[in-house]
Design a protein around this ligand. Structure first.
Ligand code: HPA
Length: 283
């Protein structure tokens, strides 16, 4: 897809959503595995199933029921993505990041990305939550490849501080208040859908990665390109390949993420509330 086509598709998606709701979100939240039932924490104003949005990529992964949920978390107007699309499903990278750009056009200025991830750091345990400090994107195609979409952002966007310091501080503050231990680290995205080999995990550890997954980084890059403030939290659903005696199994990974969900949900809720309660400095 050329840049113009990508933008035109985005505008069509925008008008499809706008035919269904006029709600203007401030914060955007992408719900990863384990947070599927987060919607309960939102005073819902409108729901828009992805299938009703012309051209919108619809997830094929079991357990990723796809819809936008618009509503309030305390005083913060939010749009939540229940279900995301992954590159391994076979979509163009432009489609994988389309929802992020759409949430920006809907009015969001802040993005919280969540995911389930494999723990690489040997101090981590299944069920830990990790604040994403930085990422490694070099194992997946860059979502900005192709003609630049000038109305969204610049050709060569800076990535020296993808994960906003102020948002990180707010999340850390909330975790401390809630008594939730919060790890910090570098998240690497690989394409999947196969899990990594033990040798790949050793390589990633040598490169300074603390957690690995199949999403999030390309979304963060597209989000920074279009000027969203970004933060991210991983739920360490399992120790990565080779770190335990067990083979990796999607269902077990998902169940482990579900077990960590209550704390994850609390932290996301309190963080989103905090995002709405403080004025922004420029950025
Ligand atoms: N590897 C990649 N993605 C994942 C993992 C993993 O171990 N766990 C959850 N998502």
């Amino acid at each position: 897809m050329g840049g113009r086509e990508v933008y035109e598709k985005l505008e069509r998606c925008l008008s499809c959503v706008r035919e269904r709701t006029e709600f203007v979100p401030k914060a955007a939240v992408v719900l990863g595995s384990g947070l599927g039932d987060y919607a309960g924490a939102i005073r819902t104003e409108a729901e828009v199933p992805y299938g009703e949005i012309e051209g919108f990529p619809v997830s094929t992964v079991p357990g990723h029921d796809g819809r936008f949920i618009f509503g309030w978390v305390d005083k913060t107007p939010v749009v939540c993505m229940k279900g995301r699309v992954h590159y391994y499903e076979g979509y163009d990278m432009a489609d994988v990041v389309l929802p992020i750009r759409l949430m920006k056009l809907l009015g969001a200025d802040t993005l919280l990305l969540t995911n389930a991830a494999g723990g690489i750091n040997t101090d981590f345990r299944a069920g830990d939550l990790m604040l994403i400090k930085d990422h490694i994107s070099v194992f997946v195609p860059n979502p900005l490849i192709g003609e630049n979409i000038d109305p969204l952002g610049t050709r060569f966007p800076d990535m020296s501080q993808v994960y906003d310091r102020e948002l990180q501080d707010q999340i850390k503050e909330k975790a401390a208040e809630l008594g939730i231990p919060l790890r910090e680290g570098v998240y690497a995205q690989l394409t999947g859908p196969s899990y990594e080999s033990p040798a790949e995990i050793r390589m990633l550890r040598m490169l300074g990665c603390d957690a690995v997954g199949m999403s999030t980084v390309v979304e963060a890059i597209a989000a920074r390109h279009c000027g969203l403030r970004v933060c991210g939290i991983s739920c360490i659903s399992n120790l990565a390949a080779g770190m335990s005696q067990k083979a990796l199994d999607h269902k077990e990974v998902q169940e482990a993420a579900d077990r960590a969900a209550p704390l994850f949900r609390k932290l996301v809720t309190e963080s989103v509330k905090a995002f709405g309660s403080k004025g922004w400095t420029a950025g």
